[in-house]
Design a protein around this ligand. Structure first.
Ligand SMILES: [Mg+2]
Length: 135
């Protein structure tokens, strides 16, 4: 079993809030439009002890505007990583010595929201599959 605190790296635009052009989202006055289930899912993850790191392709110079928008929208997090580029994102992490998988990915449709992402269920199914392979 994974006993260390798990971490979620989660995109902002198109994932937690409705996707908007960079020219709009760079403005401090821009209002984020929450997607269904965003606050509920963040709350669930927080309650379950996940560390929440938001990732975004937004430029570092828009940090103040982004932080203000997130706060006004009620989006909370442990850390905000900016300017990582808008392309594909890869998460690489070594397996535990017992063979537990330590990296997963979810790729919801743009603006679909994260309400259907069940991280615990996904982890459990993966672990079961590995245990069955070992037998
Ligand atoms: Mg995005």
């Amino acid at each position: 079993m994974i006993s260390s605190k798990p971490t979620i790296f989660c995109d902002i635009d198109g994932t937690l809030v409705k996707h908007a052009p960079l020219t709009d989202s760079a403005k401090k006055t821009h209002k984020l439009e929450l997607l269904p289930g965003t606050i509920e899912k963040l709350t669930e993850w927080e309650k379950n002890g996940y560390r929440i790191i938001l990732t975004t392709g937004r430029k570092e110079c828009t940090r103040a505007a982004t932080e203000q928008q997130l706060q006004e929208a009620g989006i909370f997090y442990d850390q905000l990583i900016m300017n990582i580029g808008g392309g594909a994102r890869y998460l690489i992490n070594d397996k535990k010595p017992e063979g537990d998988i330590t990296s997963f990915c979810f790729c919801p449709e743009r603006n679909q929201g994260i309400q259907d992402i069940e991280i615990w269920y996904f982890f459990k199914m993966f672990t079961l599959q590995i245990l069955m392979q070992k037998e």
